[in-house]
Design a protein around this ligand. Structure first.
Ligand SMILES: NC(=O)c1ccc[n+]([C@@H]2O[C@H](COP(=O)([O-])OP(=O)(O)OC[C@H]3O[C@@H](n4cnc5c(N)ncnc54)[C@H](O)[C@@H]3O)[C@@H](O)[C@H]2O)c1
Length: 392
C-alpha cells in the first residue's frame, strides 16, 4: 500500500476548498513543534503533505470540467483564501445529482450538461484510498447512491454531512462485509459550536448544575446556510446537532427546553458563522446560573482541520485491515458517531487508535478488537451513553 493518502472529494464546495488549501498550506510543516491549526502534523506516519487528491465530483457547471485547484475558487464558493493552490492535475468529474440541489441551491447553481461519470471506475483507476462526502445537507438519496459506488470501488469513506451512514447498523455492516473502514457522520468542527456546547453541557453535569433550558442559534453566509433555509432538508442536521449536545447529559430535559440548529442565512457573512449559545441551569441552593456566549468562526477551515486527520485515520484503518466504523475517531471527529462518549474520552481513544493500541470497535466491543482495555479510570466512560430519541 502506498505511503500516500489518495483522497477523492464529492462536492467541491467551501469545505473542499479549505481542505485542498490546508494540504498545500501545511505541506512542508515541521512535525516537531506545535503548529497553529493542526492537531497532528504527522498522524501514524502520515504527514499532511502525504495527502494527495485523486479525484473530485460535482454537478455545478461552474466546477465540472475544471481542475480541482481552480474549481475550489469557482461558483458559489466564498471561503477565505489562505493558501495558493496551483493546478493539481485532477479534473472535476460530473457526479450524480439525485437530491443534491434543493430549492435554494437550484436558484444559484446550474447543473453541468452531460451524463454522470463512471464513479466506480474513476475511483479504482486513480488508486483512491478514501472518499470524502461533502454533499449539501438533505442529500439523502445522493449520499446513499455515492456510498454504494464507494463500496463497489473498495474505498474507505469519511462522511462529513448529516445523512446517517456510519451511525446506522445497516451501512456499518455493508462496510464490514467489504472489509472497508468508515468515519462518520457529520463533521464536528475543530472548535465549533457543537464541541463548545457539548463540553459546557458535560461541565454542568459533572459539577452538579442542572441544565434546564438551552439554545444554540447559528447563522452564516455560505451555501450551506442558504440550503438550510429549506427546513425539510434540515431535519437530520437538527437531529445530529441536538443529539450531540444532549448525549453529554444524564438527566432528561424536555424537548421544548432545547433548541439547537442552523437559524438563518446572512449573505454578507460569507463563510463566517456566528453561533449564539445560551444555557440556563440551577446551581447550589437551586439558584439560577446562566452562560451566554457567542462564537465567530470561519466555518469551512474549522471543519477541514478535522478532515485532514480523519482521512489519515481511514488510511491507517485500510492498512491495518480494519472494517466498519472506526469508533474512536468517529466519536472524536463527528457529531453523530455510532456511539457517543465524552470528548475527553473520544480524544483518548483516537490517540490510542492512531498509536495502534485499539482497533475499530474500541467502544462497542473492545475484546473483539484484541486491543488492550482502556485504563480503569476511563472504563466506565467507554460505555455508549444512552441513545437519545431522534427529533422530528
Ligand atoms: N464547518 C463546516 O463547514 C461543516 C461542519 C459540519 C458539516 N458540514 C457539512 O459539510 C457539507 C459541505 O459543506 P460546504 O460548506 O462545503 O457546502 P457547499 O454548499 O459549499 O458545497 C457543496 C458542494 O456540493 C455540490 N453538489 C451538490 N449536489 C451534488 C451531487 N449530487 N454530486 C456532487 N456534488 C454535488 C455543490 O455543487 C457544491 O459544490 C454540508 O453538508 C455541511 O453541512 C460542514
Amino acid at each position: 500500500m502506498s505511503k500516500k493518502v489518495r483522497v477523492a472529494i464529492i462536492g467541491v464546495g467551501n469545505c473542499a476548498s479549505s481542505l485542498v488549501q490546508g494540504v498545500e498550506f501545511y505541506r512542508h510543516t515541521e512535525p516537531s513543534q506545535f503548529v497553529p491549526g493542526l492537531m497532528h502534523v504527522d498522524l501514524g506516519g502520515y504527514h499532511v503533505g502525504d495527502i494527495e487528491f485523486s479525484a473530485a465530483f460535482d454537478i455545478d457547471k461552474e466546477k465540472v470540467g475544471y481542475d480541482l485547484g481552480e474549481a475550489i475558487w469557482r461558483g458559489q464558493n466564498n471561503t477565505v483564501a489562505f493558501a495558493k493552490v496551483g493546478p493539481l492535475g485532477v479534473p472535476v468529474h460530473r457526479g450524480m445529482t439525485h437530491d443534491g440541489l434543493g430549492k435554494y441551491l437550484s436558484e444559484v447553481i446550474e447543473k453541468a450538461p452531460g451524463s454522470t461519470a463512471d464513479i466506480v471506475k474513476i475511483l479504482k483507476d486513480t488508486g483512491t484510498d478514501v472518499v470524502v462526502n461533502y454533499l449539501p445537507v438533505g442529500s439523502e438519496m445522493a449520499t446513499k447512491w455515492y456510498a454504494e459506488q464507494i463500496l463497489e470501488a473498495g474505498c474507505a469513506m469519511v462522511n462529513c454531512m448529516p445523512v446517517f451512514i456510519a451511525r446506522e447498523q445497516y451501512w456499518r455492516q455493508r462496510f464490514e462485509e467489504r472489509g472497508l473502514p468508515i468515519i462518520g457522520d457529520d463533521i464536528k468542527s475543530q472548535v465549533g459550536s457543537t464541541i463548545i456546547h457539548r463540553v459546557l453541557t458535560r461541565l454542568f453535569q459533572e459539577r452538579g448544575v442542572k441544565l434546564e433550558h438551552t439554545y444554540q442559534l447559528n447563522f452564516g453566509g455560505n451555501t450551506d446556510f442558504l440550503n438550510m433555509l429549506e427546513r425539510e432538508r434540515l431535519v437530520s442536521k437538527k437531529i445530529s446537532k441536538t443529539n450531540s449536545v444532549l448525549s453529554q447529559m444524564e438527566h432528561e430535559i424536555g424537548r421544548e427546553d432545547v433548541h439547537i440548529g442552523p437559524s438563518d442565512y446572512v449573505p454578507w457573512l460569507k463563510d463566517r458563522k456566528w453561533a449564539h449559545i445560551r444555557m440556563e441551569g440551577k446551581a447550589f441552593g437551586e439558584v439560577p446560573l446562566t452562560v451566554d456566549l457567542k462564537l465567530e468562526v470561519h466555518d469551512s477551515p474549522n471543519s477541514a482541520g478535522i478532515v485532514i486527520d480523519a482521512v489519515r485515520c481511514c488510511k491507517l484503518g485500510l492498512e491495518r485491515g480494519l472494517s466498519g466504523a472506526l469508533e474512536g475517531p468517529s466519536s472524536y471527529f463527528m457529531k453523530s458517531p455510532p456511539f457517543q462518549v465524552s470528548d475527553e474520552r473520544a480524544h483518548e481513544l483516537t490517540e490510542l487508535f492512531i498509536a495502534g493500541r485499539v482497533g475499530a470497535k474500541c467502544i462497542s466491543d473492545p475484546e473483539a478488537d484484541h486491543a488492550p482495555r482502556p485504563s480503569q479510570d476511563g472504563a466506565a466512560d467507554t460505555q455508549p451513553l444512552a441513545a437519545r430519541p431522534a427529533e422530528g
